[in-house]
Design a protein around this ligand. Sequence first.
Ligand code: ZN
Length: 415
Amino acid sequence: MIDDLLQFLDNSPSPWHAVESTIERLDGFECLHEADPWNDLPPNGYVVRDGAIIAWRSPGGDIAPSSPFRLAGAHTDSPVLRVKPHPDSDALGWRQLGVEVYGGILNNTWLDRDLGIAGRVIGSDGTSTLVNVANPIARVPQLAVHLDREVNSKGLTLDAQQHLKPIWGVGISSSGEFASWIGSQAGLNGPAAWWELCLYDVQRASIMGADQSLIASGRLDNLLSCWAATRSLVEARPPAHTALIVFNDHEEVGSSSTTGAAGPFLEQVLSRLVAARGGTSEDFHRALAASSCISADNAHAVHPNYPERHDPDHRPIVNAGPALKVNANQRYATSADTAAEFQRACEAAGVPWQVFVSRNNMPCGSTIGPLTATRLGIATADVGVPQLSMHSARELCGVDDPVHLSNALTSFLTG
Ligand code: ZN
């Protein structure tokens, strides 16, 4: 089963690939398009909007239009380097690529890695093609210690504009060179007109530790949760409600977009599902009032070298189950009610669980949970698998926790 997670991680180097990897696992789910009329609603279906996807499973037969939803949410994007629109440049005999920092990367983790490139390219006729060049084509080389004598005593300082620019060959570059190269990699007849492309570490996801207890990979935050929720939806058997997964894009950059959790995607799909069953706006609001959501996004496991960065009574450890994330200031949406509901789901599935709370003197991150709760008024719990090295190009988590999370979500989605 964990092999399937490793494959999901390796095959999803961009949000659009994560959506494809999700669809591959939705056996028996029918694709609906937003621009089509939704009349004969299939019991199991999905709809894609760029780097976001929503899929649902309902009991089939006649389901009351006001019947509630049980949702599991996650996000498809990860902090990376993205290729700029005019990337061709060279300096002092090196060909370089102009990149833009996407989200809160740990700058130093991008140094000296063999980088591939993946995402989508748009041809001159407007067609969109997924591309994944999985062999190393670029690298951000670190300055030698001989030329930076204080790097180990004073720390590494990187300017995001100047020091994160990868090399991808030698010589002189010409304008349009990258567009032609990526166009041919994508199988286009000519140069790519536009693109959204991520550089990524080509080292494959792997099980590690002498006891095989850990997983090392890029993008564990938050493809791990996408994988777990997808598996849960496939296995869930909702008796009288609709189980649904929603994977948003752009969480790492604030979620305000057509595909982000602050955008309209989920609300539009939910209202259309109710309408397709013959429901009124009254039915829609009744359905939302009785619905609940688990927002799954990784949590910080306690770091053995920095124990002072964690609250001593709320610091999750790996392989001890998903953590309920609590924040009284509503950076997480978890309430006492929704926490108790997730606890019951875990206990029904025989899954251990933990609690994460930030220190009062440390800023707390956030997730799509509070956005879903705020936009739709759906009762939400934030949960996540504990991990180290969050937002590193290569993250680390326990080998047992992804299955723990998936089993808990299956129990929750089944109800
Ligand atoms: Zn995340």
